[in-house]
Structures are given as structure tokens and as C-alpha cells.
Design a protein around this ligand. Structure first.
Ligand code: PRP
Length: 182
């Protein structure tokens, strides 16, 4: 039986991607990533805060040795639109020089965060630098970025749950919802 979270799901929230669909897609991504990184002991870098649930689930579908680290950046503050100003709130701890790196994002919207992260991380000379995102909004791109693994391409809707917040809350929802506007 699915775990019932209806008590914390407002009426305006509509399911966009169910818990089951997310897990199914994660297994596919995990298989692909396992093949591509076999024997390389990659470092997966989760971009806090939004990616923590995706990263935690994804690594359990990857069948090769790996390490995990986190960076915390902020571009949105508490609003729903990118401010364009990216701040590093927690820098990288691991040494990625000569390593295979997979950056784990929950959502790519304008692409500004990915562009910023690529430039920042390339300066540490990883041997390979790839990106995975659970969600991608193709329509919203302000810059041209290439993402190696995409969970789901979605329309330009405000999405919440499975790590993504609504005013810092609702990250604990198991499915991904969009908010129906009046
Ligand atoms: C989100 C997401 C990405 C960024 C994507 O983070 O995790 O890092 O926005 O947007 P972009 O493609 O327009 O740059 P957010 O700033 O909402 O912080 P959070 O993960 O802590 O909620």
C-alpha cells in the first residue's frame, strides 16, 4: 500500500509524477550511470538543498563504487523565480582533481546554475564532468547547457515535492506535484 501523505498535500497540488514513476525512472538512470561509470569510482556531487532526496534514492540504483559530496548554492532565495545571482553557501569538500564527477541536480530551469557549476568545477581539473537532473524545463533555458542524464522533461509549471520546496516546505512529499493556478 502506498504511504498516505494527503494530510500535508494542499488541494491546489496536482500530481505531476507519481512516486512509482519516479522510482521506475531512477532505476533506468541508475543502470545507465552504472554502465557509464563502471570501474571509475565517481564522486557524485549533490546540489543542496533540492537534490538530497533524488541523490539518496539514485545512488541506491547505481551498482559501482562511488563517493558522495555536496555543494550548496542558492539562486532563488525564497521566491519562485531565479534571481540570477548565484551564491556558494557551502563549497566542495572533496578533491576532484583527476576524478570522474557526476553533478546531481533536482531541477534545471534557466540553466544558470549548471553553467555556473560547470565553470567552477572545471577549474579543479576533474577527468570527466557530467550532469544528471531529475527534472528539466526545456522552455525556460536562458543559456545553452548540455545535461548528460535527464529524468523527466517537464512543462513550465511550479513543481513541488521529492526534495523541491514551496517556501522551504513540502520537500518531504514522495511524489512531484504542480500547483494549479487560479
Ligand atoms: C534550484 C535547483 C537548481 C536551480 C535550478 O535550486 O536545485 O540548483 O534552482 O535553476 P536554474 O536552472 O534556473 O539555475 P534553488 O535555488 O531553488 O535552491 P534549493 O535547491 O535549496 O531549493
Amino acid at each position: 500500500m502506498e504511504y498516505d501523505q494527503s494530510v500535508i498535500v494542499p488541494e491546489s497540488y496536482k500530481v505531476l509524477i507519481s512516486e512509482k514513476e519516479i522510482q521506475k525512472r531512477l532505476q533506468e538512470l541508475g543502470e545507465q550511470i552504472t554502465r557509464d561509470f563502471k570501474g571509475k569510482t565517481p564522486i557524485l556531487i549533490g546540489i543542496l538543498n533540492g537534490s538530497f532526496i533524488f541523490l539518496a534514492d539514485l545512488i541506491r540504483y547505481i551498482n559501482t563504487d562511488l563517493e558522495v559530496d555536496f555543494i550548496r548554492i542558492s539562486s532563488y532565495g525564497n521566491g519562485r523565480e531565479s534571481s540570477g545571482h548565484i551564491k556558494i553557501l557551502k563549497p566542495l569538500s572533496a578533491d576532484i582533481n583527476g576524478r570522474s564527477v557526476l553533478v546531481v541536480e533536482d531541477i534545471v530551469d534557466s540553466g544558470l546554475s549548471v553553467q555556473f557549476l560547470r565553470k567552477m568545477l572545471e577549474a579543479f581539473n576533474p577527468v570527466e564532468l557530467k550532469f544528471v537532473t531529475l527534472l528539466n524545463k526545456p522552455e525556460k533555458k536562458k543559456v545553452d547547457v548540455s545535461i548528460d542524464y535527464v529524468g523527466f522533461d517537464i512543462e513550465d509549471k511550479f513543481v513541488v515535492g521529492y526534495g523541491l520546496d514551496d517556501g522551504q516546505m513540502k520537500r518531504n512529499l514522495r511524489s512531484i506535484y504542480y500547483i494549479e493556478q487560479e
